[in-house]
Design a protein around this ligand. Structure first.
Ligand SMILES: [Zn+2]
Ligand SMILES: [Zn+2]
Length: 343
């Protein structure tokens, strides 16, 4: 079976287009009609720089890894026509030592949607029709709000980061940087029983969203008064650094109590001046967080049953044909948090 599809591709720096493509469905896996997708930081990097870090776009690549849709055809009898599904963008190899021990996010052969890490690149989900592995499809009730369900992937990232902190129940939590991931971290920490959540950001707009998503208190990163939280070697049991800025990492280390935990989620930010002495002397547990494993299913459940309401983060929706406008709007951080494409 051969299907015509319109795909959102990036071909290099500042070069994107919606192009006609062909999808071949052999009867294996699940053919999905994509309905909606969220634009993420990596999509914006591919658009603005033609690369994410060292991974340069060398051939047209379909963007997008935060997509949901409806089943057209599936090899699984349980997946009926028109069933709504959230698509897990991870495709681990299921054979390496990490996959075999349930640490699939560390898979050495990971094929993640919309990534130029390999050549040929792995296409993403911003296209009308896509064939995926059936186990990438997480069904959800057809009556649920699709704007909400399209947050499954970023919420999974946030829930995984909360899991990296250990038990957050009854704990005091600091979130530095409340873009989409930071605000979802707030909601995930709150849903996991955190006692007190304080946030910092340079943007008042983002701080207001964090408040709507469960933050008890917000402080402006530049002129807020953090002094009381730095007393006695720090206040917070757990800090989540979600901006990647060097000053933000230093602030997290200052405000985390001795023997507390810092979960690093934001990318970048390591400088030669990294205050390692604070990690040592305060015996901070410094732990990284990257993508997710089974948290994707948890995210679908939490969005479906209202445990987390991500809608304060939704800044705009664009039809697929307006890909470039959508990317330009999403890139303006003074206006936009999450922007979604509708297919
Ligand atoms: Zn994402
Ligand atoms: Zn693997």
């Amino acid at each position: 079976m051969n299907i015509d599809t319109q795909s959102c591709v990036v071909t290099g720096k500042k070069s994107v287009a919606v192009v006609a493509q062909n999808v071949e469905y052999s009867g294996q896996g699940t053919l999905v009609k994509i309905s909606r997708g969220g634009i993420c930081g990596s999509d914006l990097h591919y658009y603005q720089e033609g690369a994410v870090g060292n991974f340069k776009v060398r051939q047209p690549m379909i963007l997008g890894h935060e997509v949901i849709g409806h089943v057209v055809k599936s090899d699984a009898p349980g997946l009926k026509v028109d069933q709504s599904v959230a698509i897990n963008p991870s495709k681990p190899c299921k054979q390496c030592k990490y996959c075999l021990s349930g640490e699939e996010n560390q898979c050495i052969n990971m094929r993640f949607f919309g990534s130029a890490m390999y050549f040929p690149h792995v296409d993403g989900g911003f296209t009308q029709f896509k064939v995926v592995d059936t186990d990438q499809c997480i069904p959800f009730d057809n009556t649920l709000d699709e704007r909400v369900m399209a947050f499954a992937e970023p919420l999974a990232v946030a829930i995984h980061a909360v899991h990296q902190a250990g038990d957050v129940k009854g704990k005091t939590v600091f979130v530095s940087g409340v873009g989409p991931i930071g605000s979802l971290l707030v909601a995930a920490a709150k849903a996991s029983g955190a006692r007190e959540i304080v946030c910092a950001d340079m943007s008042q707009r983002c701080l207001d969203i964090a408040t709507r998503m469960g933050a008890g208190k917000t402080l402006h990163a530049a002129n807020g008064d953090f002094a009381a939280y730095a007393d006695e070697k720090g206040y917070f049991d757990i800090s989540f650094e979600a901006s990647g800025h060097p000053q933000s990492i230093t602030r997290c280390l200052e405000l985390t109590r001795a023997r507390g935990t810092l979960v690093q989620v934001g990318m970048g930010g390591v400088t030669p001046e990294f205050p390692m002495m604070m990690v040592i002397a305060k015996e901070i547990k410094l732990v990284g967080s990257f993508r997710f494993t089974s948290e994707f299913n948890t995210a679908v459940t939490w969005l479906g049953n209202g445990t987390v309401d991500p809608l304060p983060l939704l800044s705009g929706e664009y039809p697929q044909a307006e890909l470039e406008q959508a990317l330009n709007f999403a890139a303006d951080k003074s206006l936009a948090s999450k922007v979604q494409l509708v297919f």
